[in-house]
Design a protein around this ligand. Structure first.
Ligand code: SF4
Length: 439
């Protein structure tokens, strides 16, 4: 960084088998009891904090838990656990909002929220196939903070600060050495680049978490982007609706509503994260004209079963959030203990497709190392391809023939037949034009 400012319903035909279901304990019940859980947490640990403060995102942000000494207030830690956690957090720091901590069931050692925020010694057991930047994000900025690899879109990184530091984060290398926010001069340089490049029609504002910036500062960026005629859509990648939903207040929503179309991608991983507060935050965004999509990460011991993914996707839809991506966990150092097999991801999609509505089925995606780009991975439904028909199986295993209209050409597409040679060429070009679009 050049310049910085410090600052189931388990179904009988579950393809994963019963052993893969419920690995992180129960899928919790409906929001009202979670509301009670939050109330109990507040009474126990923050009895003097008023509703006004608790619901004020500034208070939540200011009172983040950022040390093992503080987290020991909430969990009983043996001397050894304390020491281990302290040494992990010296490498990969810790941060959690009081709100997100209140979602933990403290009687469940494998609580899915706890596992996402508590330092674990497994983070220091680096695997040879992992590295700090598997997607090759470094050295790809056209100006500091701006990534331009795909022809028509750019990623703008405004800060690396997040209210909760997720143990599975792809960008651990960024925040492990402390927080920064790009200066106004650096943001101006990003905006100048966007103005000068009319091919850019889509700007993704990412981080860290861009909603960490004040609403007025965020507005100055959005209004500058909206003054660029060729910028058609703006996307914001943020985990605030999940970890600090109080941030999605009227002031923010009124501001966002002025600069649409804006799309917001958030990051729920488990149904226990969908609370009444969180639902209200998503509802406010949607009412302000901001569609909300979810990008979850497949995490061993947290959400690696059909039952949990199905519950998550159903609850997302009930909250007006579209399940968009289910990411295979990237090969990032310090996240190895969360990695699942690709078969697990494919099995989850197979357990959803056909058993619930298509809207509730996310795209299972692998973000290929070295900037290879995102590819979707699907269960194999096409059993055989013949000259004039495909042999296809459906979700129940029925085998059905489908007539292929031979000779039909795709209008407006110059590549009608993709052979190995042209595919290799296309891959080569694509690799030179990749962008990483993540929250
Ligand atoms: S960038 Fe996203 S995944 Fe990483 S710590 Fe921040 S919110 Fe979590």
């Amino acid at each position: 960084m050049t310049t910085t400012e410090k600052n189931e319903n388990k179904q009988s035909d579950d393809p994963l088998g019963s052993g893969a279901v419920e690995t992180c304990g129960k899928v919790d019940d409906e929001p009202p009891s979670r509301l009670n859980q939050t109330k109990k947490f507040r009474l126990k640990y923050f009895p003097k904090v008023s509703d006004q403060d608790w619901n004020d995102w500034h208070w939540q942000f200011k009172n983040r838990v950022t040390s093992v000494a503080e987290i020991a207030r909430f969990f009983h830690l043996s001397a050894e656990e304390y020491r281990d956690m302290d040494s992990v957090s010296a490498v990969f720091p810790l941060s959690a909002t009081p709100y997100y901590l209140s979602l933990i069931d403290f009687d469940n050692v494998n609580d899915p929220v706890k596992l996402q925020l508590m330092p674990d010694t497994a983070e220091l057991c680096f695997d040879a196939h992992c590295c700090s930047d598997p997607l090759g994000e470094e050295h790809s900025s056209v100006v500091p903070g701006l990534v331009h690899r795909y022809p028509d879109r750019v990623v703008m990184v405004l800060t690396d600060i997040c209210p909760v530091l997720c143990r599975h984060c792809t960008r651990k290398r960024e925040w492990k050495n402390g927080g920064w926010v790009h200066t106004q001069a650096e943001i101006d340089a990003m905006l100048a680049y966007i103005r000068q490049n009319p091919v850019i029609r889509d700007v993704i504002i990412s981080g860290g978490d861009p909603l960490t910036l004040s609403t007025s500062r965020l507005e100055s960026v959005l209004s500058a982007l909206r003054s660029v005629p060729h910028v058609e859509i703006i996307r914001i990648g943020t985990r605030y609706p999940v970890v600090l939903p109080q941030r999605i207040d009227d002031e923010l929503c009124n501001m966002l509503s002025k600069y649409g179309p804006i799309w917001l991608n958030t990051h729920y991983n488990h149904p226990n994260e969908i609370t009444e507060e969180s639902r209200r935050a998503c509802d406010r965004l949607v009412r302000a004209g901001v569609p909300v999509n979810n990008q979850s990460v497949l995490l061993k011991g947290i959400n690696d079963s059909v039952a949990i993914q199905k519950s998550l996707c159903h609850k997302l839809l009930m909250s007006k959030v579209r399940p968009y991506y289910l990411f295979q966990c990237d090969n990032v150092q310090g996240t190895e203990h969360f990695h699942t097999t690709i078969e697990t991801g494919v099995g989850i999609i197979e357990g959803l497709r056909g058993y619930t509505s298509g809207l509730a089925v996310p795209n299972y995606v692998i973000d290929l190392p070295g900037g290879g780009g995102k590819i979707t991975v699907q269960p194999d439904y096409v059993l055989d391809k013949q000259a004039d028909e495909y042999i296809i199986r459906n979700y129940k295993g029925d085998i059905i023939r489908f007539k292929n209209p031979v000779g039909h050409k795709v209008l407006g597409n110059n590549v009608n037949t993709v052979n190995v040679k042209t595919a290799a060429k296309i891959n080569g070009e694509a690799n030179a034009n990749r962008a990483v679009i993540r929250s």
